[in-house]
Design a protein around this ligand. Structure first.
Ligand SMILES: Cc1cc2nc3c(=O)[nH]c(=O)nc-3n(C[C@H](O)[C@H](O)[C@H](O)COP(=O)(O)OP(=O)(O)OC[C@H]3O[C@@H](n4cnc5c(N)ncnc54)[C@H](O)[C@@H]3O)c2cc1C
Length: 462
């Protein structure tokens, strides 16, 4: 029996025959990323059903010297969850570990296994009258493990922070096959290094998240959602300032959407925006359990119109209307994907620099990429824009990246605000992050995964 067959047999002993996939057609959905940019070829997919099985799988692969690629819902936008094309890497899917172990409405915490779908966890929190504030358009497929490993952002970061700020405890299988169980629910825990932080946002390169305890918040009883048109990103920023003055921390989302984004959504998702005119739009949501939210929001919007900051707008009159407004925003990524080739950028710059960044980036893209169009949208309240450039198939991605990222760097920004590095931005990270920071990252990787068998080629070059 050759080594590969021997490893397969050992893995099947650990997870049972139904936990192993080797048939090519069945491997397909595990092999290529959501955007279909990185087609890979796994030797097999292994699907453990417990943390102990994950640990045994890691141990077996380590002894055989075979690399593992952790995968959750495979909705990542940086190619982090798929194997390379060598046919030697094994995908470790968490999709059999889906249990919600506990929802604690008093302690405001939820404990779930890594493969639990984010939406299922949100619904469980809602059933207990609480809110799990991580919210993103892929929540029907993304998993708790993937959200933690990617330190996902989404639409509620402005109020509740990134996933990192919601993680109370983690269980992680380390590259040596041991299990670090830190599934604590403590709000305060300064006992030694807070090691879980290393794994949040590490994109499966340092350990495999098998379960997590996430912080819940009281569910706001009321929400006000509005879509407004504004003249430009500078006006959007002034609207944010006004909203912060008048509504304070009740603002839970503040999204910028360009006309191009709405056109794509109308064309590919068939959703018509309720405001016909305008080049830039803001989707704003405020939420609170206290009475008077709507009055305060209407007063703020009235002031925005009076001062000429907002040009036109609609306030949702019902939950269904609010969902319709959100659908416009949530369909942008998918509609863009249907519209042809786009070169994506997930960048952040300091908030006051946003209007300058948008203007400079467009000048540079228009000059350097003939025929290009910009699809700009994103979490403006967090200084995070998806500055995506729609191009012909023949255009070189690297050239477009360089144009946009150089401007991001000039404003002291980040080339990945929330989507991570994966394999898509490995070269760009090395280019824009100072060498001392890259060296520190390599030392951490080497200390935890000296053989480099966990998700090789992601985040750091091998
Ligand atoms: C339409 C759409 C909208 C999106 N919107 C947002 C958004 O607003 N904000 C945002 O931040 N992201 C967004 N994303 C990206 C994506 O949904 C998130 O990154 C999500 O957290 C990925 O979860 P997943 O389970 O699909 O992870 P995967 O795609 O399977 O994996 C992502 C990374 O985490 C690693 N990983 C997965 N599970 C584990 C685990 N258990 N242990 C260790 N490593 C693991 C993988 O190896 C990979 O590197 C969007 C994606 C789509 C398709």
């Amino acid at each position: 029996m050759n080594r590969q067959a021997a490893l397969l047999e050992r893995l099947a002993d650990i997870v049972g025959p139904s936990g192993i996939i080797t048939d090519r057609p069945e491997l397909e959905s595990y092999s290529v990323d959501w955007r279909r940019l990185f087609p890979g070829r796994p030797s097999c997919v292994v699907r453990p059903s417990s943390s102990m099985q994950v640990a045994q799988v890691v141990q077996a692969c380590r002894e055989a010297g075979v690399p593992l690629v952790p995968q959750g819902g495979n909705t990542g936008l940086a190619g982090g969850a798929v194997p390379d094309a060598s046919g030697t890497q094994i995908v470790l899917s968490l999709n059999r570990m889906t249990a919600i172990r506990e929802v604690d409405p008093v302690g405001l915490a939820i404990e779930a296994e890594a493969g639990c779908i984010l939406k299922v966890a949100q619904d469980a929190a809602q059933a207990a009258g609480r809110l799990l504030p991580v919210s993103l358009a892929a929540e029907g497929s993304a998993t708790i493990g993937g959200v933690v490993a990617a330190n996902a952002g989404g639409v509620n970061v402005l109020r509740y922070g990134m996933t990192r700020s919601l993680v109370l405890g983690l269980e992680v299988v380390l590259p040596d096959g041991s299990i670090a169980n830190g599934l604590r629910r403590l709000r305060k825990d300064n006992a030694g290094y807070d090691w879980k932080q290393l794994f949040i946002g590490s994109e499966g390169t340092l350990g495999i998240v098998t379960a997590a305890v996430l912080r819940l918040v009281p569910r706001p009883k009321r929400a006000v959602t509005a879509l407004l048109s504004v003249a430009d990103p500078d006006a959007a920023l002034r609207l944010l300032e006004l909203a912060q003055d008048e509504l304070g921390d009740q603002i839970s989302a503040f999204e910028l959407i360009s006309r191009m984004s709405l056109d794509l959504v109308e064309k590919h998702a068939g959703l018509k925006p309720p405001i016909a005119e305008g080049e830039w739009f803001v989707l704003i949501e405020a939420a609170s359990s206290l009475a008077g939210l709507r009055e305060a929001a209407e007063a703020m919007l009235g002031a925005a119109f009076e001062r000429g900051i907002a040009l036109d707008g609609v306030i949702a009159e019902s939950g269904a209307q609010a969902a319709q407004l959100w659908a416009l925003r949530e369909h942008v990524t998918e509609s863009e994907a249907r519209g042809g080739k786009s070169v994506k950028h997930d960048v952040s710059v300091p908030l006051p620099a946003i209007p300058h960044f948008v203007a400079d980036a467009w000048k540079a893209v228009a000059a350097g990429v003939p025929g290009a169009r910009a699809n700009v949208f994103g979490h403006l309240g967090d200084g995070n824009l998806h500055y995506n450039v729609l191009v012909e198939d023949s255009h070189d991605t690297g050239t477009v990246n360089r144009i946009v990222h150089d401007i991001v760097a000039a404003y002291g920004g980040s080339i990945s605000a929330e989507h991570g590095i994966g394999q898509y931005r490995v070269g760009e990270l090395a280019r824009y992050r100072p060498s001392t920071e890259m060296e520190l990252a390599r030392k951490i990787k080497k200390a935890l995964d000296p053989e480099g068998l966990l998700n090789p080629g992601k985040v750091l070059s091998p």
